[in-house]
Every structure is written in C-alpha cells, then in structure tokens.
Design a protein around this ligand. Structure first.
Ligand code: NAD
Ligand code: MG
Length: 385
C-alpha cells in the first residue's frame, strides 16, 4: 500500500511524554493522513501532558500517577489508565512506550483486545514472555517490535520461516564504558553512565546500556519475539550503531539492516509493517560518511549484567522477571545516588540467587506468580547493602 487509506488508523501512545513517545509523535506529525492519535498517557508529567493534549486533542488522556497535581477534569487517572487506553474501541495500534514491567498489563490487555502492539516496552516481554506470546497467538493481536535491533531482525527475516534461521546477531554500541577497565567501570558515576555515545534515551535504558543489561533484555526479547533458542542468539559490539542487527540463514547468507541511529525509523516501521511508506523525516544514510563500520567481541567479564540476564533467560520460569525487576530497582537506587555502579550486578545476582532457592525454574508462570516474583526481587534489592 503506497497511498493512505480512507480512514486513518487510531493510535494510543502509552508513555507519550518519554523519549520514545516524543519520537513517535514526531513521526505521527508527518503521517497525519494515515494515523490519528486517539489516546495519550503519561506517568507524573502533568504539565508535559497538558501541552501534548492541547496539540493533539486525543479523545482519551490518562495520567497513571498524578501525585496530587491537579489535572483536567476530563482526564482519567490511576494505574488502570494504561489498560483502558490500550483497549479503546477506536484504537487500532497501541505503542507501548512505558518504561519497566509496569507496562506488562497493558501489553496483555491490548493483545487480548486484538490490537497491534508496537512494543518499545521490552520489559513486559522479558517479565511475561510466555503470557505475552500466548496472548498474541490466541486473540488475534499482533506484536511488532520498536526496539531497533528487533525491528532490524524482523525486516531481515521478512517472509523466511523460523526453520531457515541459523543465528541472530544482535549488535550493541558497547555503551560509554566499552573501553574502560573493570575497576573503573565499578566506580563509574551517574553522569558517566548517563553519557551514551550514540543514542539519546530515557535514564533507565541509558543506564541499562552502560551495564549491558539492556542487551540481555534484548536477547530475551528476541527469543520470545522470533522463537529462536538462546544458543542461536549472539551479541556483537558495533560502536557506530549503524548496523542495527543481522540474521544468518541456513545457507550461510547473512542479511543486515542499516540506517542512521534514529528511533523514528523503527517506530514508523512498527506502525506500517509489513508495508513501507514515504517519510523524509530522518537523515539519509551515507555509507562513506558512516565509515568505518567496526565489530568487536563483548568483554563479558567487564559487563556481568549481560551474562546474568542471558542465564536468567535460559533458566526460564520466573528468572527473567526477577532479573528485570531487580535491575529496575538497582538502577533506581543507582540513579538516586544510593549505590555504586558495581553494586548493580551484585544486587541483581543476589536477588536471582534468593529466588532460585525458592522456586522451580522452567515452569510456565502465571501473571500472579510474575508479579509476586517481581515484588520479591525489588524488595531484595531495596534491602541489600
Ligand atoms: P522515558 O523514561 O523517556 O519515558 C517513559 C515514559 O513512561 C514516560 O512517558 C513516563 O511518563 C512513563 N512512565 C514511567 N513510569 C511509568 C509507570 N510506572 N507507569 C506508567 N507510565 C510510566 O523512557 P524511554 O527511553 O522512552 O523508554 C521507554 C521504553 O522504550 C523502555 O522500555 C525502553 O527500554 C524502550 N526503548 C527505548 C529506546 C529509546 O531510544 N529511548 C529504544 C529502544 C527501546
Ligand atoms: Mg535496542
């Protein structure tokens, strides 16, 4: 389809005030004949939301945690607004751009209502992988990744069957500590960790990119999205963030997707997949200006969060939810100045050990079990010192 359809498709943006939400609204501003913004939610940024509401005039505005700040009387408030926005009758596509496992309920609700979920909120797939993929298969919803690596893989796989995939190669920028030694990394400050070399993003994912926890979350995300076993998913460091990921097929051919590092590209593709539409909003790729493109192995010992997260993915059951929740809590404490950068993997490992002692890995968890494990993991990190 190269022409706009008669009636635009309705879009809900959960987490509209964040980095992904803001990029998505830039894309939607250029695609007004194809898509209409019908619902917006934010967490606590009431003023930013007021601005967005007056610009976009969506029929639904939700604030999950207004914190006593006065809101417009027509706005909905409280944690339930995510699932409410995700299931509105005039919404076809739910862009879940909330940060953290707080987005899980809305991902499930949208899929169960038969919506397309454009998923930036990777934590919901990590915490509830089996539940989310089952909801997508059983109720006619669609799960399309926004994460640049997974958008790349989706585009590389195209119509090829899973059986023809030999290996997924997920690229990682390496973050700000790519060439730091282990001791220096352990003592990194908040300012060091928030200085990402290639991407401008929310604070939590920026810290995750410095520990490489983000890459572990992405390996688990790829496992659930594409049904590829963990021993056929590799990570390689590619500091330029131009090759967004690669797929090696059974005949040995490797297909990669390239582009300038801008989230507007994967956001647009998640809205239009499998079609492509005209959009001139992002700088064009210039191979000569982008040269050289380099690749190097991950220094596993310097970035223990990567190995811990992949091991949790392999263990299955509640382990990925525990890894995710413990990481969320540890990053929050690090950003609050309460713990060191080196404490993040120590505290997450402790939470995983505590959970492993009391649960059966590999079983298919219920939502209740996931939420229980999530709470225990956060508590473990909050009580650790
Ligand atoms: P951000 O912190 O900039 O924005 C988060 C948004 O979610 C805000 O609108 C905030 O109001 C809302 N929010 C925060 N806590 C919430 C809660 N408990 N309940 C409901 N809403 C809440 O984060 P971001 O960088 O935009 O990332 C959002 C998601 O997208 C994350 O899962 C991240 O891993 C993923 N992602 C981001 C990028 C990027 O470039 N920023 C790239 C790939 C994936
Ligand atoms: Mg990514």
């Amino acid at each position: 389809m190269t022409t706009a359809s008669a009636s635009p498709r309705g879009v809900a943006i959960l987490g509209a005030t964040g980095s992904i939400g803001t990029s998505a609204l830039r894309v939607l501003g250029r695609q007004r004949d194809r898509f209409a913004v019908r619902a917006l939610t934010a967490h606590a940024s009431v003023e930013a939301m007021a601005q967005l509401a007056s610009t976009w005039r969506p029929s639904f505005v939700g604030v999950t945690n207004p914190n006593g700040t006065p809101t417009d009387a027509a706005w909905r408030t409280g944690p339930g607004v995510l699932s409410e926005a995700a299931t509105l009758a005039d919404v076809d596509i739910v862009l879940n751009a909330v940060v953290g496992a707080a987005g899980l309920g809305a991902t499930l609700a949208a899929l169960r209502a038969g919506k397309r979920v454009a998923l930036a909120n990777k934590e919901s797939l990590v915490a509830g992988g089996e539940l989310v993929t089952a909801a997508a298969q059983e109720r006619g919803g669609e799960l399309i990744p926004v994460d640049s690596e997974h958008s790349a893989i989706l585009q590389c796989i195209a119509a090829h069957p899973t059986s023809s995939i030999r290996r997924l190669v997920i690229t990682a920028s390496g973050g700000p500590f790519r060439d730091w030694d282990e001791r220096r990394i352990a003592g990194a400050t908040r300012e060091d960790a928030l200085r990402h070399p290639t991407w401008s993003m929310g604070r939590k994912i920026t810290v995750d990119s410095a520990t490489l926890a983000n890459k572990a979350l992405e390996v688990i995300e790829a496992h659930f999205l594409f049904g590829v076993p963990y021993d056929r998913i590799d990570v390689v460091v590619h500091p330029q963030s131009i090759v967004h990921s690669m797929v090696e097929f059974s005949d040995g051919s490797v297909v990669a997707q390239l582009g300038v590092p801008s989230m507007e590209l994967p956001i647009l593709y998640a809205l239009t997949h499998p079609e492509r539409v005209e959009d001139g909003g992002v700088p064009r790729f210039d191979p000569v200006a982008s040269s050289p493109l380099t690749f190097e192995p991950v220094r596993a010992a310097a970035f223990p969060m990567l190995g811990l997260g992949i091991a949790a993915g392999r263990a299955g059951g509640l382990a990925p939810a525990v890894f995710n929740a413990a990481n969320e809590a540890a990053v929050e404490r690090f950003l609050a100045g309460a713990i060191s950068f080196g404490d993040i993997p120590r505290f997450v490992e402790r939470a995983l050990e505590q959970e492993a002692a009391g649960s059966v890995a590999g079983s298919r968890p219920t939502l209740d079990a996931i939420q229980g494990a999530d709470l225990r993991a956060r508590r473990s990190v909050m009580e650790n010192s």
